[in-house]
Each structure stands twice: as C-alpha cells, then as structure tokens.
Design a protein around this ligand. Sequence first.
Ligand code: NDP
Ligand code: 2IT
Length: 445
Amino acid sequence: MKYLDTVLDMISRRDPAQPEFRQAVEEVFRSLEPVLEERPEYEEASILERLAEPERTIIFRVPWLDDAGRCRVNRGYRVQATSTLGPYKGGLRFHPTVNLSILKFLAFEQIFKNALTTLPLGAGKGGSDFDPKGKSDAEVMRFCQSFMTELSKHIGPNTDVPAGDIGVGAREIGFLYGQYKRLANEATGVLTGKSPGWGGSLVRPEATGYGTVYFAREMMAKAGESLEGAVCTISGSGNVAQFTARKLQELGARPVSMSDSSGTIHDPDGIDEEKLAWIMELKNRKRGRIREYADHFGVEYHDGANPWSIPCTAAFPCATQNELDGSDAQTLVESGCRLVAEGANMPCTPEAVEVLQRSGVMYAPGKAANAGGVAVSGLEMSQNAMRLNWTFAEVDSRLEEIMKKIHADAYSASEQYGDPGNYVLGANAAGFTRVADAMLDQGVV
Ligand code: NDP
Ligand code: 2IT
C-alpha cells in the first residue's frame, strides 16, 4: 500500500539509527493495511505520521555522587508519545543498554497497549542508561533523586505518570516518589507501582505476570485447550517472570525455567510455591544470580543460554526485547509448543513471529498480553484520585475482566479484518482505531 510505504520510508530516512523503534513501527503499521483501506480518513488526517512522532522528547543530564564521592554522569530520558486518551503513561527503565531507539519503541508500543485497556491513559516511556546492578542502596537513592530533580519539571498526576520497568522496582519507585513529593510539596499519584503502605494499589506488583497468564488462558480456552498440567517455560526472573510463574502454579500449570542475562535454570519437577519464594528473596532482596538456584536445588544450569530449547506446551518470554529469534521459534515449534505469550515488550523478533504464525502456534503480542501492568497502574491512579484503596480481590477481579475484554476485542478485530485468531492484527487494529478515532475528534494537535 502506497501510504504505508511512504510513511515507513520517511521514518527510515529520519531515524536511520533507531532499529528497535523502526522494528516496532513497521510491525504495527504493516499489520494495519486492511484497516487503512477501510478507513481512508486516517490517511487524510496523517494519523500514522503523527503517531510515529512523539509529542515531546526530553533528554537530560543526571549527575550523581558515588560512594567514593566521585561525580558520575548518566543520561535521562522521557518520551511523551501521546496524550490523546489521557496523561502520558508508561514505565521507566534503568539499564545500561537504554537509548533513544529503545525508549521510542517502548513508548510507541505503549500507545496501543494503553488504548487496549480502555482506561483514560496516554502513552510514554523513559529511563536512563544507569545500571542499578552492583550499586549500593545509597548510590541508587542519589541517582534517583538527581533523575527526579529534572524529570519532576515534566510530569504530574494529570500530565505524565511514570511507573517501573526493567531495573525500576519498589526500591527505585520509593526513592523517585520521595524526591518528587519533596520538590512539588504535594502528595499526589504522580507515580504508580508505589508501595501499598503509601498510596500504591494492591495487585500492581502481580499485575503484569497475572495478566499475561489470564490472557494466555483465554487464548487456550478459545482454541479448546487448557493450561492445566501444561509444562511452561519462562525467561527472565524479575517482576514479570516471577508473577507469571505464580499464576501458572495457581492454575495447575508447571513452570520449569527461569533465566537472567547470564543463563537459564531448568527444573523439570516444576518451580513450586516454595522455590518461587526462594527466587523472590534471591532476586528482590539479595540481588543475586539465577545460577544460585541450580546450585541450591540441584538442577541444570545452562550458562549463557535462553530457555527456548526446553520442550514446553507454552512459552512466556518475560525478560527483554528480541530475546526469542527465528531459530528459537523453530525449536519451539519442533518441540510441540502450542502457545507463546509475551510478558516482555517485543521479545519475539519479526522472524520468530512469522515462524510461529506460519506453524499454527498461538501467539500473543506483548501489547495485549502484558497490558495488565499498566491497567492496574490505571486503577492505582483512580484509587489515588478518590483517596481510597480497593481490596486485593476487587483489583484482581477488575484486572481479570480487563484482560478478558482485551482478548475479546483483539479476537473480534482479527475476525473483522479477515484473519481470525491473528492476535497481532487484532491487537494492533483494536488499539489503533481507538486512539486514531480520538485523534480525528480532537483535530490537528
Ligand atoms: P526486571 O528488572 O524486574 O527483570 C528483568 C529480567 O530480565 C531480569 O531477570 C533480567 O536479568 C532479565 N534481562 C534484562 N535485560 C536482559 C537482557 N538484555 N538479556 C537477558 N536478560 C535480560 O524487569 P521486569 O520484569 O519489570 O520487565 C521484564 C520485561 O517486561 C521488560 O520487557 C518490560 O518492558 C516488560 N514489562 C514490564 C512491566 C512491568 O509492570 N514491570 C509491564 C509490561 C511489560 P538480569 O538481572 O541479568 O539483568
Ligand atoms: O511496559 C509497560 O507497560 C510497563 N512497564 C508498565 C507501565 C505502567 O505505567 O505501569
């Protein structure tokens, strides 16, 4: 389609050095061809061009003092993609690989993910190339305070509401919130993922992993299959991986792997509740490596490897982008895998998605499957605005309803545009039309 080619050419020319951003845009826009053909008004209003350009991008210096008293300097970012449906909303990532391409891809994905939740949420993403690994708590605090000193000028409960992502968990959110509150002289819901003791929502820590499994359960049910008794592989061992494992256990499935950037453990008997509690202590408090699990429980450790060579019924990539490639997908297909659900953002490469879809493996793209995290962030904003807190059961049941609705909306959009069960088409079309229609209503802004 000419409009698509023109827009994608323009983006390649303008952002040649942003491969992850171009990958994400290409995946979404190419899938939208049937939608654009049916709705010429989107082309007339240059909706694609506008979505591919963030409303605002802020890049700033973050100087901080290490424990030896030396000044260190990192780069901070906030990409404010769209405020069409509500305040900019999306996480902060602290990882040495963070750059503008990665944050623009994440902010772009967030547009459609947040639209799919049907909550009043715009989209954004931010972070820094700061590496919390190996830093003391005091160093992390000083970094967070310096980062927030600049970021605070650009955010607010009705403007932009950041949350966590890789490298930003409960500890970092606490330090960031403390500094924001001090600077603004206001106690507001400016960040989500806060501790439940001071304004956070119950279920926010669990939400992304639980939501991913709720989504996978819906897909299995639609196909007349089930997660019960299913052997499941999981990558990562952080927030999303941990609660994916917990919900799989609850539903009677058997999670058998977890990983980190050094390697993978394989526990064929299954990671049960007690072993998961051990992993949480290791990862969230001791900040150790997953290899220690293999030593402690006497299971296999695959140094430098990912989990995709382990035979499974369902695979849950929950670590990072492009961690599952075409040849991994081929291995999964050959081992009889039935479903891949993305807890992480864009963990499957375009080649992997192609292999999975061609081979009839059910595939849930992250923007649908992992939307439970931002959905409960949206519920945290509502509770903060009302100055009251819902119970765990109340939030969890709302999360479950939201995931069911995202599944139903994505499935019915895949039918409407002629490829039932293609969740890439369905999720992109459903999220896109919601935000694009609102853009038409709001004029050229
Ligand atoms: P955490 O920081 O809690 O955990 C990240 C995990 O992924 C760690 O085990 C980490 O290993 C591993 N990992 C990170 N980078 C790499 C890499 N380059 N190669 C291999 N392994 C890596 O992050 P989250 O669990 O919060 O996030 C995981 C994914 O889920 C990300 O893609 C994030 O964008 C996405 N996501 C998160 C949401 C949330 O609510 N937190 C919501 C929706 C999506 P190591 O310790 O060795 O670095
Ligand atoms: O990728 C994501 O959706 C997140 N990191 C969570 C964003 C949020 O605002 O809760």
